[in-house]
Write a protein that binds this ligand. Sequence first.
Ligand code: ADE
Length: 229
Amino acid sequence: MRFDILTLFPAMVNACLSESIPRIAAERGAAEYRVTNFRDYATGVHQSVDDRPYGGGPGMVLKCEPLFKAIRDVQGQGPQAHLVLLTPQGRVFNQAVARELAHKPRLLMLCGRYEGFDERIRQGFAWDEISIGDFVLSGGELAALVIVDAVVRLLPGVLGDDASTLEESFGPAFEGRRLEYPQYTRPPEFEGMKVPDVLLSGHHAEIAKWRHEQALKRTQQRRPDLLQP
Ligand code: ADE
């Protein structure tokens, strides 16, 4: 799967893509990243990409010309990309959206900065506008990276063990409606805190039953909204 990320801060984006699971996804050939600085498409000595808003008001607005050029140029560089605009005004990202995006051959993600975009950038393309939650970031970069991370770990061959994405919180095993059960590793006792006996029993059916109950209990306590039909 190919990801194109358009940003004014390529170093920030590349720093995260070159670590951990996003890096492994690229090494295993499941993901390919191209990070483009859209300032490269701006003209004039200052290569400015923003300007003051018509009608006044605080902050600066991203301009049409460099962004239309950048988006069209990058879109033309490969198979038709699904266009993602990172904005707090978008539909809210969750595991179901991650699974949906993981089926696309290519994503082109535009990260805004400043007060926002010229509205015509919204109008000019068929965007899937996505927010990662009801808070305002200083720009779309961290949102784009959240999406890349959540998507690449779903791609075949990336985690090597499909069971780990099946069982975790919001994974398909729980239809996105259960939090994960508690996990333990050695030692069996640490500072007086013991691993539940059932997990040491080797009794697979009992362990599965215990985990199912714990997941349900945890969900009831912490996220009862997930249990609503
Ligand atoms: N840009 C600024 N805030 C954002 C958010 N919450 N989600 C996506 N993009 C954003």
